[in-house]
Design a protein around this ligand. Structure first.
Ligand SMILES: Nc1nc2c(c(=O)[nH]1)N[C@H]1C(S)=C(S)[C@@H](COP(=O)(O)O)O[C@H]1N2
Ligand SMILES: [Mo]
Length: 337
């Protein structure tokens, strides 16, 4: 069945799920992150926390974001002693093909993305489908700072302090039916404001799509992010809402999401569709399964210059094996790459 894909501007005022109804559906869930470095910082230490990142360019945060920030659980998950990537690198070395193929294109062209108003459709195999204004969609959730490694399939990596909340919280709220086995995500399609969607360069069948198995999506490490480095997400990093799945290659962490669908069958995804021999549905970080054209055993931790290479061993599941390996018990990771 072909379903028309709504753009944020196509989620009409009359279709927006009223906030009151949404909030009354609230069913918050906790998740276990045993074994991870859990921060001991008290809640509310915000101003100082948000400003602990040097050289962060001030944005123009929407009201819903500034309202939530003081209640953030800072350093809810940390990356042990690993240094956080400088803000400049995290925001000027990006993959976001909607804005062009080069690493500098998303920063150069991202300003044209219109992130307000923004709405999100939740549909498919759920008891409570809806079309939400972003501010209502995120309102029930406390922001948490999650400092995660990000490993791109191209063999570079960063450490990024995200601000977001577990994807599981939203999923529980919309109540997946017994048929729901996968979650499918879709980025905005808006060629007028996304120059990469106007050029045929990438051969991508827009919009960009990603997916997770439902149990992966429910894992407490999988988050929806609305910010990073103590501020709202810059456009080049996927404003206003993106997925972050730290144990998978970066292409799974889809940016600028407008639609989340619960589905029965494994959904087609953008990179798997383009080159199925090179990019699989699972895309778990795995140093023992090489890309057909390069090794995945090592990675360049950015910033990494020609004369100061910062090369390190890639870790199984990007260092999150203790938390996520059980999701894949009995699965042949060589076949299901
Ligand atoms: N919509 C969309 N999401 C995307 C991409 C993209 O091109 N389009 N690139 C992916 C890839 S390959 C990576 S490595 C990460 C990069 O995230 P960052 O720029 O915030 O570091 O975004 C992912 N999400
Ligand atoms: Mo990537």
């Amino acid at each position: 069945m072909l379903i028309k894909l709504p753009r944020s501007s196509e989620c009409k005022a009359s279709e927006i799920t009223p906030e009151g109804i949404y909030l009354s559906r609230r069913a918050l869930v906790g998740g276990s992150l045993a074994g991870l470095a859990l921060g001991a910082l008290p809640r509310g230490a915000s101003a100082a926390e948000a400003s602990r990142y040097a050289d962060v360019q001030a944005g123009s945060a929407p009201g819903w974001f500034t309202d939530k920030l003081p209640d953030t659980r800072w350093q809810a998950v940390t990356a042990d002693a690993e240094a956080i990537t400088p803000y400049k690198d995290a925001t000027h070395y990006n993959n976001f093909y909607e804005f062009g193929p080069d690493k500098g294109d998303p920063a150069a062209n991202g300003d044209s993305l219109q992130t307000e108003p923004w709405s999100i459709v939740v549909d498919g195999e759920v008891a409570k489908p809806g079309c939400y204004a972003l501010e209502d969609f995120v309102k029930p959730y406390q922001l948490e700072e999650r400092i995660y490694r990000l490993r791109c399939v191209e063999a570079w990596s960063m450490v990024i302090p995200w601000l977001g909340f577990p994807l599981a919280q939203i999923l529980k709220q919309v109540q997946p039916t017994s048929k729901a086995r996968f979650v499918r995500f879709e980025t905005l399609k808006d060629p007028e404001h996304m120059p990469g969607q106007r050029s045929g360069f990438a051969l991508i069948d827009w919009p960009y799509r990603e997916g997770l198995r439902l149990d992966e999506a429910m894992h407490p490490l999988a988050i929806l992010a609305v910010g990073m480095y103590g501020r709202e997400l810059p456009n080049q990093n996927g404003a206003p809402l993106r997925l972050v799945v730290p144990w998978k290659y970066g292409f799974k962490s889809i940016k600028s999401i407008v639609r989340i669908s619960l589905v029965a069958e494994q959904p087609g995804t953008t990179w798997e569709g383009l080159a199925p021999d090179e990019y699989g549905f699972y895309a778990n970080v795995n140093p023992t399964v090489d890309h057909p054209r390069w090794s995945q055993a090592r990675e360049r931790r950015l910033p990494s210059g020609l004369f100061s290479p910062n090369v390190r061993q890639t870790q199984m599941f990007n260092g999150y094996a203790d938390e996520v390996a059980s999701l894949y018990a009995g699965l042949d990771l060589r076949k299901n790459y």
